[in-house]
Design a protein around this ligand. Structure first.
Ligand SMILES: [Zn+2]
Ligand SMILES: [Zn+2]
Length: 398
Protein backbone atom coordinates (compact mmCIF):
# COMPACT_ATOMS: atom_id res chain seq x y z
CA UNK A 1 0.00 0.00 0.00
CA UNK A 2 1.49 3.33 -1.15
CA UNK A 3 0.30 5.20 1.94
CA UNK A 4 2.63 3.21 4.19
CA UNK A 5 5.69 5.24 3.25
CA UNK A 6 4.01 8.47 4.36
CA UNK A 7 2.58 6.80 7.45
CA UNK A 8 5.99 5.48 8.46
CA UNK A 9 7.33 9.01 8.19
CA UNK A 10 4.89 10.04 10.94
CA UNK A 11 5.85 7.10 13.17
CA UNK A 12 8.32 8.93 15.40
CA UNK A 13 5.97 11.82 16.05
CA UNK A 14 3.00 9.51 16.63
CA UNK A 15 5.10 7.50 19.09
CA UNK A 16 5.81 10.70 21.02
CA UNK A 17 2.06 11.47 21.13
CA UNK A 18 1.27 7.94 22.29
CA UNK A 19 3.82 8.16 25.09
CA UNK A 20 2.55 11.57 26.13
CA UNK A 21 -0.96 10.11 26.46
CA UNK A 22 0.46 7.10 28.31
CA UNK A 23 2.19 9.34 30.84
CA UNK A 24 -1.07 11.24 31.54
CA UNK A 25 -3.79 8.60 31.92
CA UNK A 26 -7.32 9.72 32.79
CA UNK A 27 -10.25 7.52 33.79
CA UNK A 28 -13.94 7.42 32.85
CA UNK A 29 -15.48 10.78 31.88
CA UNK A 30 -12.48 12.67 33.26
CA UNK A 31 -10.41 12.52 30.05
CA UNK A 32 -10.10 16.32 29.94
CA UNK A 33 -6.41 16.66 29.12
CA UNK A 34 -6.69 13.75 26.69
CA UNK A 35 -9.72 15.28 25.04
CA UNK A 36 -7.97 18.68 24.78
CA UNK A 37 -4.90 17.00 23.28
CA UNK A 38 -6.98 15.16 20.68
CA UNK A 39 -9.21 18.13 19.79
CA UNK A 40 -6.19 20.39 19.38
CA UNK A 41 -4.51 17.98 16.99
CA UNK A 42 -7.67 17.46 14.95
CA UNK A 43 -8.26 21.21 14.69
CA UNK A 44 -4.65 21.60 13.58
CA UNK A 45 -5.26 19.08 10.77
CA UNK A 46 -8.07 21.37 9.55
CA UNK A 47 -10.95 19.10 10.58
CA UNK A 48 -14.32 20.27 11.86
CA UNK A 49 -14.29 19.32 15.56
CA UNK A 50 -17.27 18.90 17.89
CA UNK A 51 -16.83 18.36 21.63
CA UNK A 52 -19.11 17.48 24.49
CA UNK A 53 -20.93 14.26 23.54
CA UNK A 54 -20.76 12.06 26.68
CA UNK A 55 -18.88 14.94 28.32
CA UNK A 56 -15.34 14.49 27.08
CA UNK A 57 -16.14 12.88 23.71
CA UNK A 58 -14.65 14.36 20.53
CA UNK A 59 -16.04 13.92 17.01
CA UNK A 60 -14.24 15.28 13.96
CA UNK A 61 -15.61 15.33 10.44
CA UNK A 62 -13.67 15.28 7.18
CA UNK A 63 -15.60 15.51 3.91
CA UNK A 64 -14.18 15.25 0.44
CA UNK A 65 -15.93 14.95 -2.92
CA UNK A 66 -19.63 14.58 -3.62
CA UNK A 67 -20.46 11.07 -2.44
CA UNK A 68 -23.10 11.26 0.31
CA UNK A 69 -21.84 8.18 2.13
CA UNK A 70 -20.19 8.40 5.55
CA UNK A 71 -18.04 6.07 7.61
CA UNK A 72 -17.43 6.26 11.38
CA UNK A 73 -14.07 5.26 12.91
CA UNK A 74 -13.99 4.98 16.69
CA UNK A 75 -11.22 4.99 19.29
CA UNK A 76 -11.45 4.93 23.09
CA UNK A 77 -9.55 7.37 25.31
CA UNK A 78 -9.84 6.20 28.93
CA UNK A 79 -7.36 4.56 31.29
CA UNK A 80 -7.82 2.17 34.20
CA UNK A 81 -7.65 2.55 37.97
CA UNK A 82 -4.39 0.63 38.27
CA UNK A 83 -0.94 1.43 39.65
CA UNK A 84 1.63 1.13 36.85
CA UNK A 85 4.65 -1.08 37.60
CA UNK A 86 6.76 -0.07 34.57
CA UNK A 87 9.72 2.20 35.11
CA UNK A 88 10.34 3.55 31.60
CA UNK A 89 10.37 7.30 31.02
CA UNK A 90 6.77 7.49 29.78
CA UNK A 91 5.28 5.64 32.77
CA UNK A 92 2.10 7.07 34.33
CA UNK A 93 2.47 10.34 36.16
CA UNK A 94 -1.00 9.95 37.70
CA UNK A 95 -0.90 7.75 40.78
CA UNK A 96 -3.31 4.83 40.67
CA UNK A 97 -4.18 5.39 37.01
CA UNK A 98 -2.70 3.68 34.00
CA UNK A 99 -3.20 3.13 30.28
CA UNK A 100 -3.17 -0.64 30.76
CA UNK A 101 -5.57 -1.40 27.91
CA UNK A 102 -3.79 0.47 25.12
CA UNK A 103 -6.42 3.16 24.59
CA UNK A 104 -3.49 5.60 24.35
CA UNK A 105 -2.44 3.63 21.26
CA UNK A 106 -5.97 3.48 19.86
CA UNK A 107 -6.38 7.28 20.14
CA UNK A 108 -2.96 7.84 18.56
CA UNK A 109 -3.64 5.51 15.62
CA UNK A 110 -6.94 7.27 14.86
CA UNK A 111 -5.23 10.67 15.14
CA UNK A 112 -2.59 9.43 12.70
CA UNK A 113 -5.29 8.36 10.26
CA UNK A 114 -7.05 11.73 10.58
CA UNK A 115 -3.82 13.54 9.82
CA UNK A 116 -2.97 11.34 6.84
CA UNK A 117 -6.49 11.55 5.37
CA UNK A 118 -6.65 15.33 5.84
CA UNK A 119 -3.47 15.62 3.79
CA UNK A 120 -4.15 12.88 1.24
CA UNK A 121 -7.78 12.93 0.25
CA UNK A 122 -7.93 9.83 -1.91
CA UNK A 123 -11.54 9.17 -0.97
CA UNK A 124 -14.99 10.45 -1.86
CA UNK A 125 -17.39 10.93 1.04
CA UNK A 126 -17.39 11.75 4.74
CA UNK A 127 -15.22 10.33 7.51
CA UNK A 128 -16.24 10.78 11.17
CA UNK A 129 -13.46 10.32 13.70
CA UNK A 130 -15.09 9.35 16.99
CA UNK A 131 -13.06 9.54 20.22
CA UNK A 132 -15.09 8.19 23.12
CA UNK A 133 -14.59 8.33 26.87
CA UNK A 134 -15.15 5.65 29.51
CA UNK A 135 -14.92 2.33 27.69
CA UNK A 136 -13.93 0.54 30.90
CA UNK A 137 -16.94 1.11 33.20
CA UNK A 138 -18.54 -2.28 32.41
CA UNK A 139 -22.07 -0.96 32.95
CA UNK A 140 -24.62 0.86 30.80
CA UNK A 141 -23.21 4.21 31.96
CA UNK A 142 -20.23 3.83 29.66
CA UNK A 143 -18.88 6.23 27.06
CA UNK A 144 -20.03 4.23 24.03
CA UNK A 145 -23.62 4.06 25.21
CA UNK A 146 -23.67 7.66 26.39
CA UNK A 147 -22.40 8.97 23.06
CA UNK A 148 -25.16 7.04 21.30
CA UNK A 149 -27.75 8.34 23.79
CA UNK A 150 -26.41 11.88 23.36
CA UNK A 151 -27.28 11.66 19.67
CA UNK A 152 -23.96 10.64 18.09
CA UNK A 153 -25.50 9.13 14.97
CA UNK A 154 -28.29 11.73 14.64
CA UNK A 155 -25.82 14.62 14.70
CA UNK A 156 -23.10 12.78 12.82
CA UNK A 157 -24.81 10.27 10.53
CA UNK A 158 -22.76 7.32 9.25
CA UNK A 159 -23.60 4.33 7.09
CA UNK A 160 -21.28 2.06 9.05
CA UNK A 161 -19.03 2.27 12.09
CA UNK A 162 -15.72 0.52 12.75
CA UNK A 163 -13.63 -0.09 15.88
CA UNK A 164 -10.23 -1.60 16.65
CA UNK A 165 -8.47 -2.96 19.76
CA UNK A 166 -4.89 -4.10 20.27
CA UNK A 167 -4.40 -7.68 21.39
CA UNK A 168 -1.22 -8.98 23.02
CA UNK A 169 -0.43 -12.49 21.78
CA UNK A 170 -1.39 -11.66 18.18
CA UNK A 171 1.85 -11.04 16.27
CA UNK A 172 2.74 -7.52 15.21
CA UNK A 173 1.31 -6.65 11.78
CA UNK A 174 -1.45 -9.25 12.07
CA UNK A 175 -5.22 -8.76 12.46
CA UNK A 176 -8.01 -11.00 13.77
CA UNK A 177 -11.74 -10.74 13.22
CA UNK A 178 -14.88 -12.81 12.78
CA UNK A 179 -18.45 -12.44 11.52
CA UNK A 180 -21.31 -12.33 14.04
CA UNK A 181 -20.81 -12.44 17.83
CA UNK A 182 -17.17 -11.68 18.55
CA UNK A 183 -17.21 -10.41 22.14
CA UNK A 184 -19.54 -11.26 24.98
CA UNK A 185 -22.25 -9.39 26.82
CA UNK A 186 -21.37 -8.60 30.42
CA UNK A 187 -23.88 -8.36 33.24
CA UNK A 188 -23.38 -8.23 37.00
CA UNK A 189 -25.60 -9.43 39.81
CA UNK A 190 -25.55 -9.23 43.57
CA UNK A 191 -27.68 -10.61 46.34
CA UNK A 192 -27.95 -10.69 50.09
CA UNK A 193 -29.35 -13.65 52.00
CA UNK A 194 -31.05 -12.05 55.00
CA UNK A 195 -31.41 -13.59 58.43
CA UNK A 196 -30.64 -12.36 61.93
CA UNK A 197 -27.63 -12.41 64.26
CA UNK A 198 -27.47 -15.39 66.55
CA UNK A 199 -25.19 -17.24 68.96
CA UNK A 200 -23.26 -19.96 67.11
CA UNK A 201 -24.42 -22.50 69.68
CA UNK A 202 -28.05 -21.79 68.79
CA UNK A 203 -27.70 -21.18 65.06
CA UNK A 204 -30.29 -23.93 64.48
CA UNK A 205 -32.92 -21.47 65.74
CA UNK A 206 -32.52 -19.06 62.80
CA UNK A 207 -31.63 -19.39 59.09
CA UNK A 208 -27.89 -19.66 58.38
CA UNK A 209 -27.15 -17.09 55.63
CA UNK A 210 -23.70 -18.54 54.85
CA UNK A 211 -25.02 -22.04 54.25
CA UNK A 212 -27.91 -20.76 52.15
CA UNK A 213 -25.73 -18.42 50.08
CA UNK A 214 -23.34 -21.33 49.47
CA UNK A 215 -26.25 -23.48 48.27
CA UNK A 216 -27.38 -20.68 45.95
CA UNK A 217 -23.89 -20.38 44.41
CA UNK A 218 -23.80 -24.14 43.90
CA UNK A 219 -27.30 -24.08 42.35
CA UNK A 220 -26.28 -21.29 39.95
CA UNK A 221 -23.45 -23.45 38.61
CA UNK A 222 -25.75 -26.47 38.24
CA UNK A 223 -28.37 -24.32 36.53
CA UNK A 224 -25.85 -23.08 34.00
CA UNK A 225 -24.64 -26.65 33.32
CA UNK A 226 -28.10 -28.23 33.14
CA UNK A 227 -30.47 -25.58 31.85
CA UNK A 228 -28.51 -23.72 29.18
CA UNK A 229 -27.76 -25.34 25.83
CA UNK A 230 -24.07 -26.32 26.10
CA UNK A 231 -23.58 -25.07 22.52
CA UNK A 232 -24.25 -21.56 23.87
CA UNK A 233 -21.24 -20.16 25.71
CA UNK A 234 -21.99 -18.61 29.08
CA UNK A 235 -19.49 -17.84 31.81
CA UNK A 236 -20.90 -17.17 35.27
CA UNK A 237 -18.37 -16.30 37.96
CA UNK A 238 -18.77 -15.45 41.62
CA UNK A 239 -16.46 -12.52 42.30
CA UNK A 240 -17.32 -11.78 45.96
CA UNK A 241 -18.66 -13.79 48.88
CA UNK A 242 -18.76 -11.93 52.19
CA UNK A 243 -20.33 -12.74 55.52
CA UNK A 244 -19.59 -12.19 59.17
CA UNK A 245 -17.77 -9.50 61.03
CA UNK A 246 -14.01 -10.00 61.15
CA UNK A 247 -13.87 -8.18 64.52
CA UNK A 248 -15.81 -11.01 66.20
CA UNK A 249 -12.79 -13.13 67.00
CA UNK A 250 -10.68 -10.19 68.14
CA UNK A 251 -13.28 -9.17 70.66
CA UNK A 252 -13.71 -12.71 71.91
CA UNK A 253 -17.42 -12.66 71.13
CA UNK A 254 -19.10 -15.06 68.82
CA UNK A 255 -21.95 -13.83 66.68
CA UNK A 256 -23.26 -15.42 63.53
CA UNK A 257 -23.85 -12.98 60.67
CA UNK A 258 -27.26 -11.58 59.87
CA UNK A 259 -26.62 -11.74 56.14
CA UNK A 260 -24.31 -13.10 53.44
CA UNK A 261 -23.44 -10.99 50.39
CA UNK A 262 -22.59 -12.46 46.99
CA UNK A 263 -21.64 -10.72 43.76
CA UNK A 264 -20.95 -12.19 40.34
CA UNK A 265 -20.73 -11.65 36.59
CA UNK A 266 -22.39 -13.27 33.57
CA UNK A 267 -20.85 -13.28 30.07
CA UNK A 268 -22.78 -14.68 27.09
CA UNK A 269 -22.65 -14.58 23.28
CA UNK A 270 -26.41 -14.65 22.84
CA UNK A 271 -29.03 -12.22 24.11
CA UNK A 272 -31.57 -15.03 24.58
CA UNK A 273 -29.20 -16.77 27.01
CA UNK A 274 -28.67 -13.48 28.76
CA UNK A 275 -32.44 -13.11 29.20
CA UNK A 276 -32.67 -16.59 30.72
CA UNK A 277 -29.88 -15.86 33.21
CA UNK A 278 -31.45 -12.55 34.15
CA UNK A 279 -34.88 -14.07 34.75
CA UNK A 280 -33.82 -17.33 36.42
CA UNK A 281 -30.95 -16.44 38.78
CA UNK A 282 -33.24 -14.36 41.06
CA UNK A 283 -35.85 -17.17 41.13
CA UNK A 284 -33.22 -19.70 42.20
CA UNK A 285 -31.75 -17.44 44.88
CA UNK A 286 -35.10 -16.38 46.29
CA UNK A 287 -36.42 -19.96 46.19
CA UNK A 288 -33.48 -21.41 48.11
CA UNK A 289 -33.37 -18.57 50.62
CA UNK A 290 -37.10 -18.84 51.24
CA UNK A 291 -36.96 -22.64 51.61
CA UNK A 292 -34.37 -22.05 54.33
CA UNK A 293 -36.57 -19.46 56.03
CA UNK A 294 -34.38 -16.50 54.99
CA UNK A 295 -35.06 -13.42 52.91
CA UNK A 296 -33.23 -12.49 49.73
CA UNK A 297 -32.51 -9.14 48.06
CA UNK A 298 -31.43 -9.71 44.47
CA UNK A 299 -30.43 -7.27 41.77
CA UNK A 300 -29.23 -7.90 38.23
CA UNK A 301 -27.59 -5.11 36.23
CA UNK A 302 -27.12 -5.24 32.50
CA UNK A 303 -23.77 -4.07 31.17
CA UNK A 304 -22.55 -4.23 27.58
CA UNK A 305 -24.48 -6.18 24.92
CA UNK A 306 -22.96 -8.89 22.73
CA UNK A 307 -20.64 -7.32 20.14
CA UNK A 308 -21.82 -8.44 16.69
CA UNK A 309 -19.91 -7.83 13.46
CA UNK A 310 -22.06 -7.40 10.33
CA UNK A 311 -21.07 -9.77 7.47
CA UNK A 312 -20.61 -7.11 4.77
CA UNK A 313 -18.62 -4.70 6.94
CA UNK A 314 -16.52 -7.58 8.26
CA UNK A 315 -15.58 -8.47 4.67
CA UNK A 316 -14.63 -4.82 4.06
CA UNK A 317 -12.47 -4.86 7.19
CA UNK A 318 -10.81 -8.08 6.04
CA UNK A 319 -10.04 -6.71 2.59
CA UNK A 320 -8.71 -3.43 4.05
CA UNK A 321 -6.41 -5.31 6.44
CA UNK A 322 -5.36 -7.79 3.73
CA UNK A 323 -4.48 -4.97 1.33
CA UNK A 324 -2.20 -3.64 4.06
CA UNK A 325 -0.44 -6.72 5.45
CA UNK A 326 -1.39 -9.60 3.11
CA UNK A 327 -4.27 -12.05 3.48
CA UNK A 328 -2.05 -14.56 5.27
CA UNK A 329 -1.71 -12.16 8.21
CA UNK A 330 -5.45 -11.67 8.68
CA UNK A 331 -7.31 -14.26 10.76
CA UNK A 332 -10.87 -14.11 9.40
CA UNK A 333 -12.66 -16.63 11.63
CA UNK A 334 -11.18 -16.20 15.09
CA UNK A 335 -12.78 -17.78 18.13
CA UNK A 336 -15.12 -15.40 19.97
CA UNK A 337 -13.70 -13.89 23.16
CA UNK A 338 -15.71 -13.96 26.39
CA UNK A 339 -14.59 -10.42 27.29
CA UNK A 340 -16.82 -7.41 26.62
CA UNK A 341 -16.46 -4.03 24.90
CA UNK A 342 -18.81 -1.04 24.85
CA UNK A 343 -18.37 -0.51 21.09
CA UNK A 344 -21.17 -3.11 21.03
CA UNK A 345 -23.62 -0.24 21.76
CA UNK A 346 -22.56 1.52 18.54
CA UNK A 347 -22.86 -1.75 16.60
CA UNK A 348 -26.45 -2.09 17.83
CA UNK A 349 -27.23 1.19 16.04
CA UNK A 350 -25.18 0.84 12.86
CA UNK A 351 -23.71 -2.05 10.88
CA UNK A 352 -19.99 -2.26 11.32
CA UNK A 353 -17.01 -4.28 12.40
CA UNK A 354 -14.60 -4.48 15.31
CA UNK A 355 -11.14 -5.88 14.60
CA UNK A 356 -8.16 -6.90 16.74
CA UNK A 357 -4.69 -5.65 15.86
CA UNK A 358 -1.60 -7.55 17.01
CA UNK A 359 0.31 -5.99 19.88
CA UNK A 360 3.10 -8.56 19.50
CA UNK A 361 3.64 -12.09 20.75
CA UNK A 362 7.05 -11.88 22.38
CA UNK A 363 7.48 -13.34 25.85
CA UNK A 364 7.65 -9.88 27.36
CA UNK A 365 4.28 -8.79 25.92
CA UNK A 366 1.91 -9.20 28.83
CA UNK A 367 -1.84 -8.96 28.53
CA UNK A 368 -3.99 -5.86 28.90
CA UNK A 369 -5.11 -4.81 32.41
CA UNK A 370 -1.71 -5.90 33.76
CA UNK A 371 0.40 -3.32 35.67
CA UNK A 372 3.35 -4.16 33.39
CA UNK A 373 1.45 -3.73 30.12
CA UNK A 374 2.45 -1.18 27.48
CA UNK A 375 1.01 -0.52 24.04
CA UNK A 376 3.49 -1.56 21.35
CA UNK A 377 4.46 1.55 19.36
CA UNK A 378 5.55 -0.64 16.45
CA UNK A 379 1.84 -1.40 15.91
CA UNK A 380 1.03 2.27 15.21
CA UNK A 381 1.77 2.25 11.44
CA UNK A 382 -0.34 -0.90 10.99
CA UNK A 383 -3.27 0.67 12.85
CA UNK A 384 -3.06 3.93 10.92
CA UNK A 385 -2.61 1.99 7.68
CA UNK A 386 -5.70 -0.11 8.42
CA UNK A 387 -7.91 2.95 9.01
CA UNK A 388 -6.63 4.61 5.82
CA UNK A 389 -7.08 1.43 3.79
CA UNK A 390 -10.61 1.02 5.17
CA UNK A 391 -11.64 4.59 4.30
CA UNK A 392 -10.14 4.39 0.81
CA UNK A 393 -11.95 1.12 0.08
CA UNK A 394 -15.26 2.13 1.73
CA UNK A 395 -15.36 5.54 0.05
CA UNK A 396 -13.46 4.97 -3.21
CA UNK A 397 -12.37 8.09 -5.06
CA UNK A 398 -14.09 8.29 -8.46
ZN1 LIG B 1 -9.70 -2.79 28.94
ZN1 LIG C 1 -9.63 -1.71 26.00
Amino acid sequence: MDAMRDIREMHEELTAWRRDLHAHPETAFEERRTSDFIAEKLTGFGLEVYRGLAGTGVVATLTHGTNGRAIGLRADMDALFLQEENDFAHRSQNDGKMHACGHDGHSTMLLGAARYLARNRWFDGTVRFIFQPAEETGNEECGGNRMVRDGLFERFPVDAVFGMHNFPGIPLGHFSVRTGPMLASIDTFEFKVLSEHNHPATQFTSPDPILLAGRIVEAFHSFKARSINPAEPVVMSITQFQAGDPTNDRQGVHITPDHAYVRGTVYTLNDAVRDIMQSQLPNIAEGIASAGGAGCDFSYERGYPVLINAPREKELAVSAASALVGAERVETDMEPIMGAEDFAFMLKEKPGCYILIGNGDSESSCHVHNPKYDFNDDAIPFGVGYWVSLVESYLPAS
